[in-house]
Design a protein. Structure first.
Length: 394
């Protein structure tokens, strides 16, 4: 196993009606003027935004609103938010929404605390040195941004999607009320479950000698999400299933499932980032569309992990298969069958995108950073490998 650092400073309030405690939390963390950051309307239609505004007014906490966050959040809105924070002397950012809103809030926090170009942090030419404090009320269980050090933003200039990792951007608190996710469309719920699974799978499929305890946590988390995703397709208002998925989303991306595993793989995320940056697909759906082709491309390089995944996560009987290759491929098929059961795509065409060879070459060129990097931990993938995976997923 690898040495590791595990750091989770975010205070979690989990359960029914926890959003009613928002004013006290903001005061606890010294907020006097808050930017409430949210998406494109669901928090207004549900009445959640109005409730939050009422609680802040009652507590005498000043606030400013900034809505309009899109899936695959845009750099242009981040720049607007950073400028607004400086002009309005904002001292705390409250994200109300899912991972896109939280990621946008973190980026605004970096920009508000720095007079330089925000994109530098995502292009990794500079490292953040400060961030306005950020808290969140989560409404979509998926990205895990509420407990992670990560923020992913899309730059409309060139349609590049890049991530910034810094402990400075970690949420001070996260309010997790599973009831707030009950009205999500089935498609969003399914995308969220795929995203949660992939955050653990990216860490699980690695070339290191892992900790048995970490593997056990990861495997149980994945089995739980698979089971609860099926429950929620039939019964979207099942509170217990919503709660399990919401907590799994936080644990899948706060570092717990990566303890002792090294850096993980992350090729699926890198491949999907280029796809969603250009074609604006939902992140979870993009991951589902790509993963099977990636897995078949690399599984022989990490055969023992893929066989364990088949046996421990999908509980496939090893005795029914003629050796590890057959078992590993059965595990990959089982995962794709699960995606199909949620009406998730298992190819790029099923996303409604018919890629030409020229478009595949362009995606591979961008993903390889103009042939200056490889991706993946299980197997180092260069531009030719990346293009081959896109073609197989097509």
């Amino acid at each position: 196993m690898k040495n590791f650092t595990y750091y989770t400073p975010t205070k979690i309030l989990f359960g029914r009606h926890t959003e009613s405690m928002i004013a006290g939390l903001l005061k606890e963390f010294g907020a006097t003027k808050v930017l409430i950051h949210y998406g494109e309307g669901s928090v207004m239609r549900s009445g959640l935004l109005a409730r939050i505004e009422g609680l802040l007014k009652e507590a005498g906490i000043a606030y400013t609103l900034l809505g309009g966050v899109k899936p695959n959040p845009r750099l242009s809105l981040v720049r607007t938010g950073a400028a607004l924070c400086r002009s309005e002397q904002i001292d705390f950012i409250l994200a109300v929404g899912g991972g896109s809103t939280i990621d946008s809030a973190k980026a605004i926090g970096y920009g508000a605390a720095d007079t330089g170009e925000i994109w530098d942090f995502y292009a990794r030419t500079r490292t953040p040195e400060a961030c306005l404090p950020v808290g969140c009320i989560l409404t979509i269980a998926a990205a895990g941004s509420e407990m992670s050090d990560s923020s992913v933003i899309t730059n409309e200039d060139g349609w590049q999607k890049r991530g910034c990792h810094s402990d400075l951007g970690r949420c001070k608190f996260a309010i997790l009320n599973p009831e707030l996710t009950c009205t999500l469309p089935a498609y969003q719920t399914a995308c969220g479950c795929v995203d949660i699974l992939m955050h653990t799978m990216e860490r699980y499929f690695n070339p290191e000698e892992n900790m048995e305890l970490t593997d056990g946590i990861s495997e149980h988390l994945m089995r739980t999400v698979i089971q609860c995703a099926g429950t929620l397709k039939k019964d979207p208002h099942n509170y217990n299933a919503r709660a399990e998925v919401m907590w799994a989303g936080s644990l899948s991306h706060n570092g717990l499932t990566g303890c002792g595993t090294g850096a993980g793989d992350w090729a699926a995320h890198q491949l999907e980032h280029e796809l969603s940056a250009v074609y604006d697909v939902a992140h979870g759906a993009g991951l589902a569309a790509i993963w099977g082709s990636l897995a078949r491309y690399i599984y022989r390089d990490n055969l023992h992990r893929f066989t364990r995944f088949a046996a421990r996560v999908h509980q496939i009987n090893e005795a029914d298969h003629d050796g590890p290759i057959s078992l590993a491929l059965a595990g990959i098929r089982a995962m794709e069958d699960f995606y199909r059961s949620l009406d998730m795509p298992v190819s790029i065409r099923e996303l409604g995108i018919d890629l030409t060879d020229e478009q595949i070459d362009s995606l591979a060129e961008k993903c390889s950073f103009r042939q200056t990097r490889t991706i993946g931990g299980v197997r180092k993938l260069n531009k030719a490998d990346i293009a081959a995976i896109y073609r197989a997923a097509r």
